[in-house]
Each structure stands twice: as structure tokens, then as C-alpha cells.
Design a binder for this molecule. Structure first.
Ligand SMILES: Nc1ncnc2c1ncn2[C@@H]1O[C@H](COP(=O)(O)OP(=O)(O)OP(=O)(O)O)[C@@H](O)[C@H]1O
Ligand SMILES: [Mg+2]
Length: 383
């Protein structure tokens, strides 16, 4: 339990603010309680605080609410949202705003103390249970894994405004830094070695922030001989460390099935298993899905993505679904020219042509991924 938390209450209603203050003031693990009618002013103070817990009310539709919520998410994960309205839609909205807990109004003292005790007991170095490792995989090369990982990650950052990590675990032949024209000062190998040395503050410095977005990139080692030294145990450590910092972690990896790849796949929350529409690729997919079944992956862990889809393909989505015995989660259209232009210019597809079929497909794909993750959280919440 941390004994130095400051609670910030952002609420338009004076009576509500005072009630919360009266509930909280005798808790010994709370250092101070600060009340704000002005949400922007509250955010300015929260930014400076070392261990803030935020209680924000969203009962009223305030013009500044969205902006404050987006900024808050980037400075604390300890957010409680309250509202007089407690429909499923309001809870979804609260979770999207980064709420760890939702409390209907009028807030009950016992509920508030339970939630505050829980939040105060989360040490900053503990992993975030809501954070998800999403790995783009195919057991065949050249199928579009890197293209999908980059554009999904950058759209997730744009759509959610959350911190998104994009990690290149294709340790010998990683392409992310080339596709995005990056010249990273550090790489995944450097970060992993520092993790083991417990120099955790170095961890975030290993990432390169992508322009003015909330996307952070960790590149593969520059020299092939450095890649062999990463062990499955180090992957576990890396994932744990990533989950402390990033709500979404997108992994690109090689198509091999070796002990390291299996470790990455086992430790992922979601696998976006990617195929294209042709018989050898689909047959290959079938073999890989059998492997996943034999490893007892839960059904919701593996999502099938069809890349380079064309409406006039002879093989239809239903044919793929019938052959694989699984539904297709998302299909990405074939658009060679837009993708090549993005790669040649070293940028994401949205920076080239967001309204192209493939630009809008990635935007909708990212929205679906974040919606489904939130929905899973709401289901747990409602149980
Ligand atoms: N939807 C698409 N439409 C058209 N071309 C695509 C599409 N997706 C990927 N490509 C092209 O396919 C090629 C391979 O893509 P990419 O490098 O992303 O695959 P990969 O699976 O990561 O390959 P590797 O196994 O070598 O890592 C690239 O030239 C890319 O431009
Ligand atoms: Mg690749």
C-alpha cells in the first residue's frame, strides 16, 4: 500500500465534491484531497503530482471533458469515473476514458473506500491487467505482418489517444525501422539487457516516440549477431515491463516456429493470425491453427485476419471460414500502390491517404480492436 496518494476530485457539483471529501478525509493512506470545479485547472495540478488518484465526474456533457480525459490517461492509470447515469454506454465511455473503476452516483462510502484501497495498493511498477499484448503472426513470410503491425498500432494510437507500443521482435530481419524511416538510438536487445539489470528507468528511453503521436516504437537489434542472445525468459520480463507502461502493445515477429516464437505467442493476449487468399496460404493457416489448438489457446485469443483481400477473388471469405472452421475477424483490402508509397516515404498509410480503402480499413480495424477490448472489460465489470 502506498501511503502518499493524493486524491483529485473533478466534479461540477459542489455537494458531490464535499461528500467525497468527507468520505476520504480519514483514510490514512490518503495524503491529501483536492477539489476542482474547473477540470482543466485540476488536470494542470494532476500533471505535477507524483502519485495521483483521480475521481472525475462525467454526469454533465462538458466541452472540455474529452480533452481532459485524453490528457489524464497519459499521466495516471488510477482513474475513477462517476456519473448519475450508469447505462452500459456510460460505462463503456468511462472505460474508454481510462477508468479503472466506475461508480454510479450518489457514490456510496463503502464502494469508494474499497476502490481507493484497491488503487492505492497498486504500486507504480505493477503491470496493468487491462493492458493487452496483440501479436501479428503468420507462419508464412511476406504475408503482411509488418504492414499490419505498423498501421494497426498507429491507428490505435490515433483512435484511442492511449500510449501504444510497437515492438519489433522479428529479431534477425525486422523491418519496422525501415518501413517508418527511423534511426533508433536503442533497440529491443539493449532494453532487455537493461531490464535484467533492473535499470527500469532506462526502459522507456529505449523507445522512439513517433512524431507527435502516442505511438512508441522499439526496434529490432541492428546487428544480426545480437539477436541470438534473447531468451524466452527475457521475453516474459519484457512483456511484464511493457504492460506496466502501455495499454496496447503491438508485436511484429518472424514467421518461424522456434522456442522463442512459441514463447511470444504463448505470452500474447491476442494473436492476429494473418493469411492471404490462396490455397497454399490457407492450408498453411490450417496447420498453424491446429498447433494453436494443441497449445490450448482460448478461442478468443486467436483472430483471423485476411490480408490483400479483393472483392472479385475466386476464393470468398465464407470459403476461408468453412475451411478453417473459424470466423474471419477482419479483412484488409489489397492496395499495393498506397502501401508502396507509404513504405517508400517511410510513413504510415494514414499519412499518405487516410481515405483510401486501405486507410479507412486500418482505422475501422483499430476501432474494432479497441471496442472489443473495452467490451471484454465491461463484461468482466458487469459479472
Ligand atoms: N494489403 C496489402 N495490399 C497490397 N500489398 C500489401 C498489402 N499488405 C502487404 N503488402 C505488401 O506485401 C509485402 C510484404 O509485406 P510485409 O513486409 O508487411 O510482410 P511480412 O509478413 O512482414 O514479411 P516478412 O515475413 O518478410 O517479415 C510488402 O511489399 C507490402 O507492401
Ligand atoms: Mg515483416
Amino acid at each position: 500500500m502506498q501511503n502518499n496518494s493524493t486524491v483529485f476530485v473533478l466534479d461540477k457539483n459542489e455537494q458531490s465534491r464535499e461528500i467525497i471529501k468527507s468520505f476520504v478525509s480519514d483514510l490514512e493512506f490518503i495524503n491529501e484531497i483536492k477539489l476542482y470545479e474547473d477540470y482543466k485547472k485540476g488536470y494542470e495540478d494532476i500533471k505535477q503530482a507524483s502519485s495521483p488518484i483521480v475521481i472525475m465526474d462525467i454526469s454533465e456533457e462538458l466541452p472540455e471533458l474529452q480533452e481532459v480525459a485524453e490528457n489524464l490517461k497519459l499521466c495516471t492509470s488510477k482513474i475513477i469515473i462517476t456519473s448519475v447515469n450508469y447505462s452500459t454506454n456510460t460505462i463503456i465511455r468511462a472505460l474508454r476514458m481510462g477508468a479503472k473503476e466506475f461508480l454510479p452516483k450518489p457514490v456510496l462510502k463503502d464502494d469508494l473506500i474499497r476502490v481507493l484501497t484497491m488503487l492505492a495498493s497498486i504500486a507504480p511498477e505493477e503491470e496493468n491487467s487491462q493492458s493487452k499484448i496483440i501479436t501479428v503472426y503468420s507462419n508464412k513470410g511476406g504475408i503482411g505482418k509488418t504492414t499490419i503491425a505498423i498501421n494497426l498500432a498507429s491507428e490505435l494510437a490515433r483512435v484511442t489517444k492511449d500510449k501504444v507500443a510497437l515492438v519489433d521482435l522479428n529479431l534477425q530481419l525486422g523491418d519496422i525501422s525501415t518501413f517508418l524511416n527511423l534511426n533508433p538510438p536503442f533497440d529491443v536487445n539493449y532494453v532487455i539487457q537493461r531490464l535484467i539489470d533492473k535499470e527500469e528507468q532506462i526502459f522507456i528511453k529505449g523507445f522512439e516516440k513517433y512524431k507527435d503521436t502516442s505511438l512508441y516504437i522499439l526496434s529490432d537489434p541492428s546487428y544480426i549477431e545480437q539477436s541470438g542472445s534473447i531468451t524466452p525468459q527475457q521475453i516474459t520480463e519484457l512483456f511484464k515491463a511493457l504492460k506496466k507502461v502501455f495499454p496496447y502493445i503491438v508485436i511484429d515477429m518472424s514467421s518461424s516456429i522456434d522456442p522463442l516464437s512459441l514463447k511470444i505467442l504463448d505470452a500474447s493476449d491476442w494473436i492476429l493470425f494473418t493469411t492471404i487468399v490462396n490455397i497454399p496460404a490457407i492450408r498453411n493457416a490450417q496447420r498453424c491453427l491446429n498447433l494453436f489448438h494443441s497449445r490450448k489457446y482460448p478461442p478468443q485469443k486467436v483472430k483471423i485476419i485476411v490480408n490483400r483481400y479483393m472483392e472479385n477473388d475466386e476464393i470468398k471469405i465464407e470459403d476461408i471460414e468453412n475451411t478453417l472452421g473459424e470466423t474471419v475477424y477482419w479483412k484488409i483490402p489489397n492496395n499495393y500502390f498506397t502501401i508502396m508509397e507509404a513504405i517508400n516515404k517511410g510513413v504510415s498509410i494514414a499519412e499518405i491517404n487516410p481515405e483510401s480503402n486501405i486507410g479507412s480499413s486500418f482505422r475501422d480495424f483499430a476501432s474494432k480492436v479497441s471496442d472489443d477490448i473495452i467490451e471484454q472489460a465491461v463484461l468482466q465489470y458487469r459479472i
